[in-house]
Design a protein. Structure first.
Ligand code: HXC
Length: 260
């Protein structure tokens, strides 16, 4: 399947989604969001794929935001629908039981920063730039940025970034916990693939259950969260992977997980 605004590449157990609108710094319009949605459905249903990397085509931009040219004449109801579409697509990333790694290869502004924040793990090139510059355009972050930035870096830092529209470079993004690791641009994709490979060698269902436990747990009180955790822990014992993982340990060999 080919898409107009994104490229989907599959290799072994890894899928890589490139946001591909070079003329507009990979900015997100409606069609691009729908392409991303189609790719997420594909990846979710493809039992061969264990991890997904999301990155931007080219070296300058991950995603420079939602498409301003597309947005500038929207009505109130159209703007709300455009916000909801992006929110729904990004939520699919969080709800999918497969790990999603953002390889941030350049500008991650507005909707681009919001896309990165919906991913599970963020790796950034040294030259990447982050920010929520929406207030400078007379709008607010609308793809979950007001919610996820505060959860990731804390309320005070999130409010300062959002109220000022300031951009920050990768070292500062790393310092405040917005990204997990920093690499030279030339190494970024190799490092993302290495991380994806490491995760792919673990028991796939257990990785998926962990994602669910952490994600859902962050939205509830601790007692509900640990209740979910023990339910999911129990469910692991209905899997072949648990039997193989523990048997391999006892037999002093590497596990061979068959689950897809
Ligand atoms: C549409 C964009 C764009 C965007 C860049 N372009 N960002 N088009 N929407 N978000 C286009 C430019 O218009 C230009 O097209 C081409 O990409 C190259 O960009 P330049 O500005 O010439 O490049 P450069 O000088 O290197 O500056 C890069 C940049 C700057 C710093 C990333 O382009 C920029 O500030 N972009 C906007 C960033 C932003 O404000 N993002 C938040 C958007 S609001 P032409 O045709 O002139 O060559 C948002 C809301 C999310 O994201 C929630 C929605 C519900």
């Amino acid at each position: 399947m080919t898409y107009e605004n994104v490229i989907l590449d599959k290799e072994d157990n890894l899928a890589t989604l490139y946001i591909n609108r070079p003329k507009a710094m990979n900015a997100l319009n409606r069609e691009t969001l729908l392409d991303i949605k189609a790719v997420l459905m594909d990846v979710k249903n493809d039992s061969d794929v264990k991890t997904l990397i999301i990155t931007g085509s080219g070296e300058k931009a991950f995603v420079a935001g939602a498409d301003i040219a597309y947005m500038h004449n929207l009505s109130v109801s159209e703007a709300r629908a455009f916000s909801q579409l992006g929110q729904d697509v990004f939520r699919m990333i969080e709800l999918m039981e497969k790990p999603v790694i953002a390889a941030i290869n350049g500008f991650a502004l507005g909707g681009g920063c919001e896309l990165a924040m919906a991913c599970d793990i963020r790796l950034a090139a040294e030259h990447a730039v982050f920010g929520q510059p929406e207030v400078g355009l007379g709008v607010i972050p609308g793809y979950g940025g007001t919610q996820r930035l505060a959860r990731l870096v804390g309320e005070g830092r999130a409010k300062e970034l959002i109220f000022t529209g300031d951009t920050i470079k990768t070292p500062e993004a790393y310092r405040i916990g917005l990204v997990n690791h920093v690499y030279p641009g030339s190494e970024l994709m190799d490092q993302a693939k290495k991380l994806a490979g490491k995760i792919a060698r673990q028991a796939p269902l257990a990785v998926g259950y962990s994602k669910t436990a952490v994600g859902k747990g962050l939205q509830v009180d601790i007692d509900t969260g640990i209740g979910m955790e023990s339910d999911l822990f129990g469910m692991c014992f209905a899997t072949e992977d648990q039997k193989e993982g523990m048997k391999a340990f006892m037999e002093k060999r590497k596990p061979d997980f068959k689950t897809k």
